[in-house]
Design a protein around this ligand. Sequence first.
Ligand code: SF4
Ligand code: SF4
Length: 356
Amino acid sequence: VPVKKPKTDIGPPYYYDMLPEIIKENYGKWKYHEKIKPGVLKHVSENGAELYTVRAGSPRLLSIVTIREYADLADKYSGGHLRFTSRHNVEFLLSDPANIEPLIAELEAKGYPVGGTGDCLNNIIHTQGWIHCHSAATDASGPVKAVMDDLFEYFKKDDLPAKLKISMACCLNMCGAVHCSDIAFVGIHRTVPTIDDAGVAKGCEIPNVIASCPTGAIRPNPKAKSVMVNEEKCMYCGNCYTVCPSMKIMDPVNDGVAIFVGGKVSNARSGPAFSRLAIPWVPNTPPRWDELVVAIRNLVEIWVKDARKGERYGEWIERIGWEKFFEMANLPFTDKHIDDFIFSVPTFRTTTNFKY
Ligand code: SF4
Ligand code: SF4
């Protein structure tokens, strides 16, 4: 049993106090687990105790109404206990298997799909987007909902070649796990910040703005009591906008989404791998991001059709070869795809002259 921490008013409540009794009684003694069916897991302890997990996909951004619905279901079926996974699933932990089917029926009736376990599409992990963050090149929950609505069927299945993890980040800061996902999409800016000189003069600390630029692209503009940007050096990161709201980086026409493939964090079968660029840019088209949805479905379907059982997305590409992948995906191979990004030797891609 973990050491109990002193009670303070700082931070979340002590997690151990929130565990269901069956987990406390068998803490550290779980022997194995198995999949009963899509969305349902069974854990068995050394003492023979059985714990059932029912997993449902949440809409990711949760309203109070949704959380109350989950809490009511937990009160009814799982002794008031539930947990959230890092991929925005809600899990109900049941000790009575008789509650599994009634809980699933109620979840599905309310529109929460039960699934996300085994060889299926996991719920998409994403960042904050327009709901909160200032440097977003696209929204997060909006395109993720559009993509997930389209791929919904794959969440409830357990018969894909392997797990399919899709991630999303709304700028290159990449709060999401975009660098190491089977398929990843990331918002990108493609134009230099526009400078509102009067706003910079009134509201920004110029030395701070100059220091914020990782490539040294910003110089003082003493006449206007502002700054200027050297376009050749700018890599559109938006860092200057973080410290100075009068240097707007958002551009509704040129901002868009890049799509990467083939990454994973798992060590199973083959080592972890970084995602690589497949599609350099698709336009930012709210509210349903049609081009993005079509592009991702195409990427999913060619893998589902051609991969062998157990092959994650990147493992499949390594087997067939990247050239064949681009052919099957019907994608052009361009200068943007040249993968020579290493820090030990300067290359075109490591310079700021490399532009999307
Ligand atoms: Fe903000 Fe970028 Fe993170 Fe999106 S990925 S939440 S824009 S820092
Ligand atoms: Fe510098 Fe980034 Fe601002 Fe461009 S967007 S000027 S690279 S801080």
